[in-house]
Ligand binder design. Structure first.
Ligand code: AMP
Length: 406
């Protein structure tokens, strides 16, 4: 089945056309036929980057004023006589949409019907910046592709299996009842993908594995996964909680915000910007949010880069310890996403000297692995440590296909 995967942001639209079906999943022969991104939608000069599986690429700077025009442009390239990968638009059999927040309403992906759409809209207050563009992506894509199923795949759904003691904050319970204030967690498609890869790599059913997944990209989160079900995760009601991220603070004492509101007359949006855009690796280092840049600065003796990396890795180590306790017994830890897949230094600082937790780290294996899948724990380590490059789009395509075949 050819599934168009759409990830729609406020001024961008990322897409992949993926060929998948149960047999292909079994034989590992799913394929990305084409992929790309439209950026700066609504600005004077938009950009589109497109590439197909035969090595064909297109880069253009057209004027794309609306998201509907972006979808039409994507279809134009997918069906193009020269670099296209399908003959006609009818060859696309379903569309999978990334939706950030499904609240407590969605514990699995769902074919978008008017009722489902109404429920997704009810989740907007929980993700006011993300859900509206995701919904817009559905609205415009369903106009351009009206006769095929559209499926919503939620970042939060995987973590709906958390027990109440993991998702409730120790605030007055009435706030949970009135506003659904609780931990939801995000990056669900990534944590799920890594789980499914570990199942294949170890030839062990997920029901028999306890896993800690460590997603370290621009946003960072960890999950404790028992028997294939998320039992805890580091992001919270919003993606701000937990690990140190590129520009987000992660865990802080909430009283700091109260203090700053008084001391600096901090307004709501200033507090929001401070925590989401000016903190994390960027705020600590004063240099940037890109781990590559910080590693170079560290090599040239920059002490703030050292501090940023130390704080980043120490937080991950604390969460590894916490999730070992949450799971009781851990079989695998897996690093994924931009930093997790690439940073030899971060993986080392997170995992070395953790023999007390059953982790025997291999420096040689760690250094040998780059953007590749493989083991970085030593032979005989009780807990196996892995690098598993993530693929959230593939999870969206698979879920879409399964929802359509049901
Ligand atoms: P993602 O959100 O998964 O695309 O990850 C993006 C982040 O990965 C970037 O901001 C970088 O900090 C990090 N990254 C990418 N490549 C490397 C690398 N070779 N070494 C260290 N960090 C990297």
């Amino acid at each position: 089945m050819k599934v168009l995967v759409v990830n729609c942001g406020s001024s961008s639209l990322k897409f992949q056309l993926i060929e998948t079906d149960p047999q292909r999943i079994e034989t590992g022969s799913e394929a990305v036929l084409a992929e790309g991104i439209v950026e700066k939608i609504g600005q004077a000069e938009s950009t589109i980057r497109y590439s197909n599986h035969k090595g064909g690429t297109v880069k253009e700077k057209p004027v794309i004023l609306e998201h509907s025009a972006a979808v039409e442009k994507v279809i134009y390239h997918l069906t193009h006589a020269k670099h296209g990968v399908i003959e006609k638009v009818e060859d696309i059999e379903a569309v999978g949409h990334r939706m950030v927040h499904g609240g407590e309403k969605f514990s699995a992906s769902a074919v978008i019907t008017p009722e489902v759409l109404a429920k997704i809209r009810e989740c907007v207050p929980l993700a006011p910046l993300h859900n509206p563009p995701n919904i817009l992506g559905y609205e415009v894509a369903s106009q351009v592709l009206p006769n095929i199923p559209h499926v919503a795949v939620f970042d939060t759904a995987f973590h709906q299996s958390m027990p109440d003691h993991a998702y409730i904050y120790a605030l007055p319970y009435s706030l949970y009842e009135r506003f659904q204030i609780r931990r939801y967690g995000f990056h669900g498609s990534s944590h799920r993908y890594v789980t499914s890869r570990l199942e294949k790599l170890t030839q062990t059913p997920r029901a028999e594995m306890n896993i800690i997944t460590v997603h370290l990209g621009n946003g960072c989160s960890m999950a404790a996964i028992a028997g294939g079900r998320s039992i805890d995760t580091s992001m919270g009601m919003t993606p701000l909680e937990g690990l140190v991220m590129g520009t987000r603070a992660g865990d802080i004492d909430p009283a700091i915000i109260l203090f700053l509101m008084e001391a600096e007359n901090l307004e709501l949006d200033q507090a929001n910007n401070l925590l989401n855009k000016h903190s994390g690796l960027l705020g600590l280092s004063g240099l940037g949010n890109d781990m590559r840049e910080l590693e170079l600065a560290l090599d040239s003796g920059d002490d703030r880069a050292r501090l940023a990396i130390d704080v980043f890795c120490y937080r991950i180590r604390k969460y590894i310890g916490a999730y070992v306790a949450a799971l009781g017994h851990v079989h695998h830890i897996a690093f994924t996403a931009g930093i997790g897949e690439n940073s030899v230094l971060v993986r080392r600082k997170c995992c070395e000297n953790l023999q007390g937790l059953g982790i025997d780290f291999s420096h040689e294996r760690n250094e040998a692995l780059n953007r590749r899948e493989g083991l970085i724990s030593a032979e005989g380590s009780r807990v196996k440590v892995w690098v598993v490059p993530t693929n959230e789009e593939l999870i969206i395509a698979r879920d879409t296909m399964r929802c359509v075949l049901e």
